[in-house]
Structures are given as structure tokens and as C-alpha cells.
Ligand binder design. Structure first.
Ligand SMILES: [Zn+2]
Length: 368
């Protein structure tokens, strides 16, 4: 980062600083606050800590780790299935994302595929799954080249096809320079800790990969009578983590960095029970203990920003493990940011870490 002109940054109206620069003058925080309070009118009624938190929240430079892309080829492939399901996705171009990002002070979005088609195509070892995955990854990489600094991407894998996955891992990291890998929380009737996926996780561990786990609705639990199905995404996040713990994947692959979404879904509130009731006969699969593995996981807060999920997440993991995400364009940014703006459980430094600093540690190329 370039040296910051602290004197310049104290002007209350000068909020358009380089990413992260606003927070670089900690020694001058008091003076900065005083200048803000002096000119902020009704804002002067706010306690200083609250005011600083609000400034931090409005800062440019957030990194959004849960953001989707709809490549044109993909939407064409999905057309028939979408019609059958009565699902009409919002029209999307990269410009739609960029405008939303600009409106919400998001510097960079790390995109991942939206799930339906790729997920279902990956249930077998078809050439189609490999082809769709490759096209999706090429599109994500091109998006980053077309808009330098604004987009990164998580590469998809045809996970039930280990050979295809190993090939795609190599291509995605070495040729496309992917920021990480996007996986689903389940693949038809298998969760990520399944031994069938072990070789792929071992390779991801060797590469110290970041893995973004997007929730799916497992085949066991689709179309349950009298159920909306919406909670299945949150339940499947919990099942995926349970699977990675029970099968020993997290302990065997200590160098992978796993991101789960929506403040952990059902996992955040169930974690204490999962930790307490972990089967003693499987204790050798978590030699450092279940809690140790859980506290290494990362969680983004997209549409998980109500007070209850945030409080549960805050109690579960250190702030260093919490990231900003949104689920845009499937969802609007406000669905996440309104809750964050109301939440009082984080300090100004916590917000800095959540909005940018923690993601910079995971993706050093994004360091301002
Ligand atoms: Zn999503």
C-alpha cells in the first residue's frame, strides 16, 4: 500500500481513499473522530465508537467472497431445466455486478458458479461435466482479465470424477490462476468427507487451496412433504462440516482453508452439540480435537447477518475467520448489509478484518 497522507484523510468529506487506507492512521483516530463529529451534524449525537464503526462500514474496498456469475453458455444450458422448475433468474452481465459492487463499496468479488446445472451434471463422470466445468472456469478467469482487480474466481470441479477433478485443479491453478476451488456441500448422496473424494482433497491440501463450499439441497431431502426446502441449504452446510470432521478430512488436510456461507447455516448453532457428541470411537480422526478443527474454518456472512446467526458465529470462531459475502446477484446486497449495519457485536477493527483484512490473508494478491 502507498504511504497514506494522514492529514489529508482527516477531512470529513474525504472518504474516497484507497482500499484500506482509511484505517491506516490509527494513531490519529481521535483527531479523525473529532473532525467527523464537528461536521457531521446529527451524527455528532452518536457515541464516538458507533460513529467510527459506521464510517468503517461505509468504507470502499470490501472483498465479497460469495458472489455468483451467470456465464451466457451456462444460462443457455440451463434454459430447459429452469423452465421445468419455474425459476427465472435475473438478467445478468458483469456490469450488473459491477454497479451493485460500486454502490456497496465492494472493491473485488470472487465469483463462483450458480449451482443447479453444474451440480447435477457432476453426479456422473460424464464428459459433459468436464466440459461445463472447464467452460465455467475459463469464463471466470476471463472476467478477472477483463476487469482487473474487480473479480477473482473460484474454479469448479467435477468432484465425483476424481481424474477429471485432478486435471481441472492443475489447469485452474497453473493456467487460469484461480483464487480457490468452489465445491458444493453435497453431491447427490455424498458429502465432502466421503472417501470417494479423498484423493482430490489430498491434492487440494498439497496446494494449500482455499475451498469455497456452496450449499446444495441433498438428494435425500429434496421435496420433503409439507416443507419449503429453504432450510435444506443451511442444514447441508452443517452436514458437510460434520462429514469433513467424521471422516478425518480436516485433520488429514490441515493446509486447506475452507469457507462456508450464510454465517455457517445451521452449523453455528449446532456446533456445540456436534463437538460434545463426536463419537469417541472416531477420536483418532480429530487428534487435535473437534473444536480445534472447527475454529480453523472460515465463514462468510451473506444473508446470515441477523443478530442471532452473527452472535452464534461470533461465539464459535475468532473474528479472523469471518468474511464478507453477499450471494449477489441471486440476492441483493441490502439483504446482508442492513443486518450488518444494525449489528453492534464487532469493534471497528473487527469490521476492518471482516470486510477486507481476513480476505487479504486468504488471497494475498488482493492486498491493497
Ligand atoms: Zn450463493
Amino acid at each position: 500500500m502507498k504511504p497514506l497522507d494522514c492529514a489529508r484523510s482527516h477531512a470529513a468529506g474525504d472518504l474516497d481513499l484507497p482500499h484500506g487506507a482509511r484505517f491506516a492512521c490509527e494513531a490519529s483516530r481521535r483527531e479523525f473522530l473529532q473532525s467527523l463529529v464537528a461536521v457531521a451534524g446529527t451524527a455528532a449525537l452518536l457515541p464516538a465508537s458507533k460513529l467510527l464503526a459506521q464510517v468503517a462500514r461505509g468504507a470502499p474496498g470490501r472483498i465479497d467472497v460469495h458472489h455468483h456469475m451467470y456465464p451466457p453458455f451456462y444460462m443457455k444450458e440451463m434454459e430447459q431445466e429452469m423452465r421445468q422448475q419455474g425459476w427465472t433468474p435475473r438478467p445478468w452481465t458483469p456490469q450488473v455486478s459491477l454497479e451493485a459492487m460500486d454502490q456497496h463499496s465492494v472493491a473485488t468479488a470472487i465469483v463462483s458458479p450458480v449451482q443447479r446445472l453444474v451440480l447435477d451434471s457432476m453426479s456422473d463422470r460424464s464428459q459433459r461435466a468436464r466440459s461445463l466445468t472447464r467452460q465455467s472456469n475459463e469464463y471466470g478467469a476471463q472476467l478477472g482479465r477483463d476487469h482487473p482487480g474487480r473479480f477473482g474466481f473460484f474454479a469448479a470441479l467435477p468432484l465425483p470424477d476424481p481424474d477429471g477433478s485432478l486435471r481441472e485443479i492443475e489447469y485452474s491453478f497453473e493456467v487460469l490462476k484461480a483464487d480457490g476451488i468452489a465445491l458444493w456441500t453435497s453431491y447427490v448422496d455424498k458429502w465432502p468427507g466421503d472417501p470417494a473424494f479423498a484423493t482430490v482433497f489430498d491434492e487440494l491440501n498439497r496446494r494449500k487451496a482455499v475451498i469455497f463450499f456452496h450449499p446444495a439441497r441433498a438428494s435425500c431431502c429434496r421435496n420433503l412433504p409439507g416443507q419449503s426446502g429453504i432450510i435444506e441449504y443451511d442444514m447441508d452446510t452443517a452436514r458437510a462440516i460434520d462429514s469433513l470432521l467424521l471422516n478425518g478430512t480436516l485433520a488429514r488436510c490441515p493446509d486447506i482453508r475452507c469457507i462456508f456461507v450464510h454465517s455457517g447455516g445451521a452449523f453455528s448453532v449446532l456446533a456445540a452439540r456436534i463437538i460434545d457428541d463426536f463419537p469417541p470411537r472416531l477420536a483418532d480422526r480429530v487428534p487435535h480435537g473437534v473444536e480445534y478443527e472447527v475454529k480453523k474454518l472460515y465463514f462468510e456472512v451473506g444473508h446470515g447477518s441477523a443478530a442471532a446467526p452473527l452472535a452464534a458465529l461470533r461465539a464459535l470462531v475468532p473474528v479472523s475467520q469471518i468474511l464478507f459475502g453477499s450471494d449477489v446477484p441471486l440476492r441483493d446486497y441490502e439483504l446482508t448489509t442492513n443486518g450488518l449495519d444494525r449489528y453492534d457485536g464487532f469493534s471497528p477493527n473487527d469490521w476492518k478484518a471482516i470486510y477486507r483484512g481476513n480476505a487479504e490473508r486468504l488471497f494475498p494478491r488482493l492486498k491493497a
